[in-house]
Design a protein. Structure first.
Length: 481
């Protein structure tokens, strides 16, 4: 889904969506195996046992209520008390397992759910929850198996279909994912998470109309569904409707004030729209909520650099690198900033480190080549541009830059070949037409040179590049004489 540079961005966000469906499953509220007959005068031991069992049930109910309110540590203590009083209360093991998972104790969560499955092997809810934990642990196949078992035991468990469908979508089994979402809607036609996830898969398949229909329906059914507003905002952003995208994402934040993914997405959208101060504020909010994410510091650093806050940008890049020392994109960005601030040796050093961390980072080769050219290292610049071309043969900018480097080295024919390739990839490059035209004129092909300079002048004028337009006309006039 990452209109946040996101890239990475949206798949990571999506992983929070579908598996939240597990939280919609109501935890069991049954006493496992405990029963007693009513009599008019029960024995004293039976009365005492009934009291203990009732206390366990009371603690279990309290744990359920606190878990639903996200008071997980308090819920954990209540489940502990319930289990201590009635070790046969399987629902308490399920509840404690889910709370432990929320608190990051996946090993303890698995122990509890495994125990619950042993106590009550026909309980579909146990397998559904365990499947979610296994997915979060990276065990995709085991997660699918648990969710399939849950469905086998209870074919009406809509959330299990949704979560299995989500995992299938992450494995590129989109047809299987859609089938599971539709099965969920067959058993529960008003199940908003199924519509949300089906809409997201349709979005990724390019079916914007179908995706929007599903998301609209999910929001109609569940007006407080923050995730649906965020995904719809993402879709609208992708459709170029940035203003309404901001409205949807902002609504997601109103519904979930600490919704990190929504702040990040809104920041990216604001950045695209040129609302840099608003973008900076949202990234700052993300940092306050989750201060250990290097990506957020990088993004805020880019915004601060664009706003002219070089010191603030440098602080953010440094913090990102403290969190992840081999973060190639940040090293490249810090190199760019150092170059702007006049520290060219420092820029080169950062580009060197970026390329050690990620040898295929073509933007770092191009940036280092530019600085090397400024320092008079023409051969080094040419070598870097060549590396950029080798790693990305479809980048017209790399060919254009190497063509300029070849001009400086006196390799006119090689430069012309690079500008030819630039124009094969980008027919609207005014610089490539201008430079090729000048080289053709020097080589004596005045007719071809004249056509190139005419085209360059036209493109410069369209781009409102007055200097380029003026230089093109000047050279055209000189050729007419």
């Amino acid at each position: 889904m990452r209109f946040i540079r996101h890239t990475r961005s949206q798949v990571a966000i999506a992983s929070r969506f579908a598996l939240t469906a597990l939280t919609t499953i109501n935890m069991i509220a049954a006493v496992g195996g405990a029963a007693w007959a009513e009599t008019t005068q029960p024995p004293a031991k039976t009365i005492e046992l009934s009291k203990v069992i009732q206390e366990a049930q009371n603690f279990y109910n309290q744990g359920e209520s606190k878990a639903r309110s996200a008071r997980y540590r308090e819920a954990l203590e209540d489940y502990n008390q319930a289990i201590q009083r009635n070790p046969s209360l399987s629902g308490a093991f399920v509840g404690r397992g889910m709370v432990r998972s929320r608190l990051g104790d996946r090993e303890g969560a698995m122990q509890d759910l495994n125990h619950a499955a042993t106590m009550n092997p026909a309980d579909a809810i146990v397998y559904a929850h365990r499947g979610g934990i296994r997915y979060n642990s990276g065990s995709m196949e085991a997660a699918i198996n648990d969710l399939s078992k849950a469905i086998e035991l209870d074919p009406t468990l809509a959330a299990a279909y949704v979560n299995r469908g989500y995992i299938k979508s992450q494995s590129q089994d989109t047809s299987g994912a859609i089938a599971d979402f539709e099965k969920a809607l067959q058993v529960q036609p008003t199940y908003a998470p199924a519509l949300l996830n089906r809409g997201y898969v349709k979005f990724n398949q390019g079916d914007r109309t179908g995706a929007l229909d599903d998301l609209n329906q999910a929001i109609k059914l569940q007006s407080n569904y923050a995730e649906a507003f965020l995904i719809r905002g993402t879709l609208r952003h992708d459709m170029g409707e940035d203003a309404v995208a901001i409205e949807d994402i902002s609504q997601a934040i109103r519904l979930k004030p600490n919704y990190i993914a929504a702040y990040f997405s809104r920041a990216a959208t604001n950045s695209k729209m040129g609302n840099l101060e608003a973008a900076q504020a949202d990234y700052t909010q993300v940092i306050q909520l989750s201060p250990d994410q290097p990506e957020t510091f990088h993004q805020r650093g880019l915004i601060r650099a664009a706003l002219g806050d070089e010191s603030g940008a440098m602080d953010d890049y440094n913090q990102a690198l403290r969190l992840k020392s081999d973060y190639a994109d940040v090293l490249k960005s810090r190199g760019d900033l150092r170059g702007i601030m006049g520290d060219k040796p420092g820029a080169i050093a950062d580009y060197d480190q970026a390329l050690l961390a990620q040898p295929t980072l073509t933007t770092a080769y191009a940036a280092r080549a530019s600085v090397r050219s400024q320092l008079g290292d023409k051969q080094g610049a040419f070598a870097d541009y060549t590396q950029a071309v080798n790693y990305n043969t479809n980048d017209p900018n790399a060919y254009e830059a190497r063509g300029k480097a070849r001009m400086q080295l006196g390799d006119l024919q090689g430069a012309i070949e690079d500008f030819n390739q630039t124009l094969r990839l980008n027919v609207n490059s005014a610089e490539a037409y201008y430079n090729r035209g000048m080289l053709l004129a020097r080589s004596g092909d005045r007719q071809a040179a004249f056509l190139d300079l005419q085209k360059a002048a036209e493109l410069y004028r369209q781009d409102s590049n007055a200097e380029g337009y003026r230089n093109s006309l000047s050279n055209l006039n000189s050729m007419k004489q």
